[in-house]
Design a protein around this ligand. Structure first.
Ligand code: NAI
Ligand code: MG
Length: 495
């Protein structure tokens, strides 16, 4: 039955409170336990999340395993059509989804949450269209033997997702996994269990029961058992390096494949010949100031040629000062809140560390004055200048609205600084010289390199990092084939 959009996110949050979604239905956890979901802009409780554990994991995985068989046997294009249909229905719910994710995550509706809701729908439309690309090959092995390969679904996929872009980062796993004929069990992030649950509920209108299930709960008590479950044949994880390692270890015990999308400390090189207007706009967008910097690809290391450095810093400061911090649901707001108290303390801690390390702190924009927001987790954007490249703020992922600007003299020095990082997710270079652009794209150690722009993840482009930024790629046809299917080789002897 079609579900009507509910535009008041407080009402919707209450409706979804306390549930997993298993076998097509909202269900309470076996243990009866729930935990509070907060609005980080006010500190107020907006609803409850199911506190799932291994018992719920067992039920959800069993349901997924049973549902996967029929699902995989359907014609690929039929699965694709259903997924594309999900995309269309999700688009008609994008306003309610944007509002709900703004309420639970603190991301501003106009600049971030509404955008996420529409990108989410597009992800399902894109992967739905790829169904007939699940093709194999014929191989000229022996004239008397017909030799071919097929792409088979892996079975039940476990997906563990974070809170920064919860719906989109779920879609980037669920859409290719389902199109390829798998069933999925998602474990949502503790802080953002509601919008993703709504997405799953909306999709039940179209999908057969049991192929897409979602659990909420804490990492060790619900995510852990999901990774460890014997019938989960593939895990796709987005989150911290530390948890990524834990997931990888558990997967190693079972010898199953994993995709890990972890952190970053992405460099942005601004050459002396760069178009400064573009570079400033790119710095604002790339640093994700409107997402409070809570992005794995945040351009948090800005390396600027000495000839442009002071002008760049001045203009960046002026621009960030025009961004309005406020209630995420207010259309005027550009910048919302940090996700939770722990991350708030972490980000504020790094700002103190930066000052102690001797960097110059430029604290920008203004905190909201509305008394209803006095307990909100708002952090003013900070641009640090005069940063030692070996300082902690220069090397560690802060995951907040904190950028470091460095000055360089030569291109070589810029490349060395850029690559001197434990991470390798994204990088950009800003220049009007073709040779500089080409050399930089070749030498930058990152999975996603852009020149004179800083786009976010695109459905048809492979996305993923090297070094501590992770393993494997997401999005694109190629990653669907690589990560959500296995290749079977078949030989028919015709003699
Ligand atoms: P986290 O890595 O602990 O959480 C991500 C997901 O993993 C959540 O769903 C969580 O419940 C789950 N999880 C936690 N422990 C688990 C375990 N033992 N087994 C299975 N699943 C488990 O990240 P957290 O604590 O939310 O944020 C900490 C830092 O992680 C941030 O400051 C940021 O640096 C990074 N991060 C990176 C993200 C990215 O997009 N790459 C997204 C979110 C956080
Ligand atoms: Mg954690």
């Amino acid at each position: 039955m079609p579900i009507d959009p509910i535009l008041d996110p407080s009402v919707l949050a209450k409706e979804l409170s306390g549930y997993h979604l298993i076998n097509g239905k909202l269900v309470a956890p076996k243990n009866g336990k729930t935990f509070d979901v907060l609005n980080p802009a006010t500190g107020k409780v907006i609803g409850q999340a199911a506190d799932g554990d291994a018992d719920d994991v067992a039920i959800a995985v069993a349901v997924a395993k049973a549902g996967q068989k029929d699902w995989a046997e359907r014609p690929a294009r039929e699965r694709g059509k259903l997924l594309a249909e999900c995309g269309r229905i999700l688009m008609s719910h994008s306003e309610e989804l944007g509002r709900l994710v703004a309420l639970e995550s603190g991301k501003a509706l106009r600049t971030e949450s509404r955008v996420e809701a529409s990108v989410l729908a597009d992800m399902f439309v894109f992967f739905g269209g790829l169904a007939s690309e699940l093709k194999g090959e014929t191989v000229p092995f022996n004239p008397n033997m017909m030799t071919l390969t097929t792409r088979e679904a892996v079975g039940v996929v476990g997906a563990i997702i974070p809170w920064n872009v919860p719906m989109m980062l779920m879609a980037i796993k669920v859409a290719p996994a389902l199109v390829a004929g798998n069933a999925v069990v998602v474990k949502s992030a503790e802080d953002t269990p509601l919008a993703v649950l709504r997405v799953c509920q909306i999709m039940q209108e179209v999908l057969p029961a049991g192929v897409f299930n979602i659990l909420s709960g804490f990492g060790p008590s619900c995510g852990g058992p999901l990774v460890e479950h014997k019938d989960v044949k593939k895990v796709s994880f987005t989150g911290s390096v530390e948890t990524g390692r834990t997931v990888y270890r558990a997967a190693a015990e079972k010898l199953i494949p994993v995709t890990l999308e972890l952190g970053g400390k992405s460099p942005m090189i601004v050459m002396g010949d760069a178009d400064l207007d573009k570079a400033i706009a790119g710095a604002i967008g790339g640093m994700r100031f409107t997402r409070q910097g809570q992005s794995c690809t945040a351009a948090s290391r800005m390396l600027v040629h000495e000839s442009l450095h002071d002008e760049f810093v001045k203009r960046l400061i002026d621009k960030v000062n025009t961004l309005k911090i406020g209630d995420p649901l207010d259309e005027e707001t550009d910048i919302g809140t940090i996700i939770n108290r722990k991350q708030f303390d972490k980000v504020c801690g790094y700002i103190e560390v930066g000052e102690k390390e001797g960097a110059t702190k430029n604290e920008l924009s203004a905190l909201p004055t509305d008394s209803a927001l006095s307990d909100g987790l708002f952090v003013r954007p900070v641009i640090f200048t005069n940063v030692d490249p070996n300082a902690r703020i220069a090397r560690e992922e802060i995951f907040g609205p904190v950028a470091c600007v460095f000055k360089f003299k030569t291109f070589e020095e810029a490349l060395e600084l850029a690559n001197d990082s434990d991470f390798g997710l994204a990088a950009t270079v800003w220049t009007t010289d073709l040779k500089t652009a080409l050399v930089a794209t070749k030498r930058l150690e990152a999975g996603f390199v852009q020149v004179n722009q800083n786009l976010v993840v695109q459905p048809n482009l492979s996305y993923g990092g090297i070094k501590l930024s992770g393993l494997g790629k997401e999005a694109s046809l190629e990653s669907m084939l690589e990560h959500f299917t296995y290749k079977k080789t078949i030989i028919l002897n015709m003699e």
